[in-house]
Design a protein around this ligand. Sequence first.
Ligand SMILES: *[C@@H]1O[C@H](CO)[C@@H](O)[C@H](O)[C@H]1NC(C)=O
Length: 475
Amino acid sequence: MLFNPRDGSLPGASWAWKKMMRFGVAFLVIIGFVVMLWPSAEPIKMPLTTVSNITISPDVRCELDYDLLTRLDVLNVAQYTRREIVVDTTEEPVPYTTRLEQPLLGVKKGTEGAADGCSIPIPMAVTVPKPPKLPIASHIDFGVATSVERLNDSLDAFAHWAGYTRTRIFALIETDRSENGIRDVKAKAEDLGINLFITESDDDYLHRYFALIPLLEENARESTRWGCIIDDDTFFLSMASLVEALDKYDHTKSMYIGGLSESIPQIATFGMIGFGGAGVFLSRPLMTEITNKYDECSAMDFTGDRRIAICVYRYTQTRLTVDHRLRQLDLMHDASGFFESGREPPLTVHHWKSWFHADMPKLAVISELCGDTCLLRQWHFGDGWILTNGYSVIKYHYDPDEGDLAMEQTWDAHNGANEESYLHELGPLRRKDEDKKSFQLQDAVVEENGRVTQWYVLRDPKKGDEILELSWRKR
Ligand SMILES: *[C@@H]1O[C@H](CO)[C@@H](O)[C@H](O)[C@H]1NC(C)=O
């Protein structure tokens, strides 16, 4: 049949028509999608590129957060372990290093009771001292010579020790030509509870450093007992500990308190001085004596922390009182032995973003949960793993004896130092353990529910990195 009398169309015409209709509908659907999904305001982010960069071993039996892995700078995950730590507090003193029978990591993951295949089901219970009260430090003023940018970058670290303690920080910065630099920095300081006073000066750094003393002297208030000159990378682990330490000294006398370098060649180069990075404390009577000799001392060739020392030694009878907990930390590249020593923590650390790396503000995040007395607190577990809170989780190639306080000499000799060069400050020492396994703190955050989560990473470029997530909560 060549002709279809019913609709008058040629054979195959309805088929062609349907095909066109289908094509039309499909076309409209596609157009619709294109219009709906067209990146008009913000582009739609495809996670594929981030994901494809990161390799996860089949040994990892839980979902991982790719943003977190990027933040931890991990591209190849060999292991992921989560463990909860439950904190009890006590009024009794607790030694800084505690031995526990239980293993930290040698426990099967993902068994009954575990949140997921990466979690160790049993929480670890630890006991720490009751956190100290927020100290009042209105009798200490700090002085720092820096630039507006560096000051801005230092505020998060300052907030840990200076925030809400009623101490004051006087910054003497080079003249700032930016529009709102100073105003912004002051606003940020106020948000962090830091009393920050900024003075601009055209003097160079080393002159500004010495000019901090008359600046502190002129601004002293009735409550002022101590002036402290710091570097912008001087970090105090605990204001409560600092206040307690200073209470032992007589602020009514002329006093010069500081820390020596840990390295004899540095002392040979710079002298028996309070090294600036450790923090240099001057009682109010000494600040007055120096201010009275300001012109003579400013004219000397010596600069910076040396100028303070030579000025004190030339014009007063005051001598350096060494406080061994004020730390210059002249340790090159790897200071882990210092932080993992299990000894009483220092009052200050320095050089943590230059000579070696230790992110002190991140290390200190745990204090939000259990106070400053929790920082660097150490637990030695039954399986040989040692947690130094906020710094690392390590295992030596042998298990050290209980009470062995020798410090592992991990840093590189510098400026002609030898093995004996560090004993006067850091002994007893023992040789570096080349086979130490080490998870280093990479990040720490306070969660909305008040918990603190820390991530420690053991880097292995060949086998992939191992990640340990510790989630801390109060009982
Ligand atoms: C200060 O730091 C903040 C980040 O905390 C940054 O947004 C701001 O631009 C910085 N300001 C100056 C003046 O450097």
